[in-house]
Write a protein that binds this ligand. Sequence first.
Ligand code: NAD
Length: 357
Amino acid sequence: MNIKLALVPGDGIGPEVVTQAVRILDKIGQIYNHHFEYTTVLAGGAAIDATGECLPKETIAVCKSSDAVLLGAVGGWKWDVLPGDKRPERALLGLRKELGLFANIRPAILFEELEDACPLKKELIEGGLDLVVVRELTGGIYFGEKGFKQTEMGLAAYDVEQYAEEEVRRIAVAAFDISMKRSKKLCSVDKANVLESSRLWRRVVSEVAKNYPEVTLENMYIDNAAMQLVRNPKQFDVIVTSNIFGDILSDEASMITGSIGMLPSASLSQGNFGMYEPIHGSAPDIAGQDKANPMATILSTAMMLKYTFGLVNEAESVERAVKAILAKGYRTPDIMSSGMKPVGTKETGDLILIEIT
Ligand code: NAD
């Protein structure tokens, strides 16, 4: 296969972790006979410094003409003084909108080898955890009408939560499709006891469910879901929810796995196109020190191989290699525990490369 990838390393540790991920992809290419062609483009603070804007037109054009995008992270202290609409993080919203990335897929996997990093009681997580949050990414309150108005209580600010049937339908279809490849159990999270937009959400999800008779659908209110996730996380397999609820639930789900440096994500559009990135940020506190854990980005390439290119064996090879070095006791500082062997960013890449078969 010939694969055209846009690389958006971004800021802070972004370039360091993307470099390691590219080495892994090249090794996969050698073994499984694929050719990866990369075009590196700017976004975030690096783009502001070079061009004055966080998401240059060229970056959008290159991403659109590629088969998939691999992103590191954007942002950093240097640009924190800029006003909201000029900050590096705006590049993410821009990319999501421009590329039509409406489905954000965030697996929350607790690797057995890292059980000590989980803040929950041992009996709740015995045998590890493996769930996926499917978050709607281009609609809802983050993109709805917003503004200010004068009221009897003084100045008021408002942000509108709005969902159209088609927006709900396409994210529901994505979630049911993922459920079909897993344990066929889907939990749709909303606030249908209070919100009109949630009642529409629930109705549309139930309609889509009719096309997936093998999948067991459960509906849950967001407040209960937030509680159940720490009370009994194993009850969940795939969770589908709106933009704002998904933002919060996916962070909660990743926290219970204990390490932000381990978790990949995919943002998908219609068809197979996707943008893949670690869930962590640019970690300015450790940038340039060879301390960043590159596993989340490397596991993001595994998601890319699977979701965009259907290369399941190749994806599993990457996942196996990551697990193998964890099993051998190698740890970057973020997941270090006593008795384990400390390694840096590059050495982690070296070790994973050896395990790729
Ligand atoms: P962060 O994820 O960058 O860092 C939080 C903590 O986790 C830090 O202590 C950091 O050192 C550690 N950490 C993160 N990734 C790690 C890794 N791979 N290996 C080891 N340790 C790791 O979150 P933050 O500090 O809130 O944000 C820093 C900057 O990143 C901000 O400018 C923020 O806006 C931006 N950000 C970007 C994205 C993105 O690009 N998708 C996401 C979140 C935050």
